[in-house]
Design a protein around this ligand. Structure first.
Ligand SMILES: [Zn+2]
Length: 311
């Protein structure tokens, strides 16, 4: 029942994430939504990335001129409070709506931190699923660690204020969000969200800890003609995206090893810039960036010097 966002599909930016690919080293980090990490994806669309931490979802924030929608408010009250602080940084709207990709606890129970005036919009299918098994999942997750138990100590079901069967359109003022029941895939009530105008779709996909399913999921993203695929789940997810995209779609990825040696890239940008007397050097691994004048690094010219490109 391990559950972590595996594929977040965005027409602008696509995340291809697989928890199965994340080798656990040492104890798992506490399931906390990261503070000050909100990223803007479109004119109205923001996301708080999961940072590859188990039981942390990718949180979507859609901001209209009149109201704001939060998608997947995190695990329990503490994370819901973090999400609300992040929302306040990008929105001054008093009117709040909540949506959830599916009923599992880390995607829903943060909603108890939201004010009573916030309106939860949910499909009747997801409503029934939480009613039948939501609190069982809360109890199961509470057994994982003392920190998780503390976060979930007052978790409870929040019934939806607005329900729909298969599709619902929410007008936030200046932008509309379409809720689409797309399950059953991970759960019966899987829901995707399309932000009109921003051309962004937020959806949840999971390879069910089966790496052989990654190519199929990546191929589906390619068929949907997404603009970019971002993989944050490790080399296998990146490889699956690379093969499926066949050099037709850019892939953004983050790995801790050398991507050329892993076969994720043929060449890698090596860039030396001179900026007000300082030099910044991005290493081949793309992870070590040093500021200053590292030894052995030739003095840069007054312009950027690309030695190669990511493929
Ligand atoms: Zn789940």
């Amino acid at each position: 029942m391990r559950c972590r966002a595996c594929f977040v599909t965005l027409t602008i930016t696509c995340a291809l994430v697989s928890s199965v690919l994340m080798a656990q080293r040492g104890p798992a980090p506490d399931p906390l939504v990261r503070e000050n990490a909100t990223v803007k994806l479109g004119p109205h669309t923001y996301v708080i990335p999961d940072n590859n931490v188990g039981l942390v979802p990718n949180v979507g924030i859609i901001v209209g001129s009149q109201a704001t929608l939060v998608i997947d408010p995190g695990l329990g009250r503490r994370n819901g409070e973090t999400v609300l602080r992040e929302v306040a940084k990008v929105s001054k709207n008093a009117a709040l709506f909540i949506g959830t990709t599916h009923f599992h606890a880390e995607h829903t129970t943060g909603y108890i931190a939201f004010p009573a005036s916030a309106k939860y919009v949910n499909s009747t299918t997801q409503e029934a699923e939480f009613e039948q098994g939501g609190m069982q999942m809360v109890q199961m997750f509470s057994g994982r660690s003392p920190a998780t138990a503390e976060i979930l100590k007052d978790a409870a079901r929040r019934p939806a204020a607005i329900t729909f069967e298969r599709e619902f359109t929410l007008d936030l003022g200046g932008t509309r969000v379409r809720f689409l029941l797309v399950g059953p895939t991970h759960t019966k009530g899987d829901t995707a969200f399309f932000v009109e105008g921003d051309n962004v779709t937020i959806a949840y996909r999971w390879a069910e800890n089966q790496t052989h399913r990654l190519p199929e999921l990546a191929a589906d993203l390619v068929r949907r003609r997404v603009a970019v695929i971002a993989t944050t789940g490790g080399p296998a997810a990146t490889q699956a995206a690379k093969v499926a995209a066949n050099a037709t779609i850019p892939i953004v990825f983050s790995v801790s090893q050398d991507p050329v040696e892993l076969g994720c890239a043929r060449l890698l940008m090596r860039k030396i810039v001179k900026n007000r007397g300082r030099q910044a050097v991005a290493s081949r691994q793309g992870r070590d960036v040093s500021i200053g004048a590292p030894s052995g690094v030739p003095r840069a010219e007054e312009k950027d010097v690309p030695d190669g490109q990511v493929s």
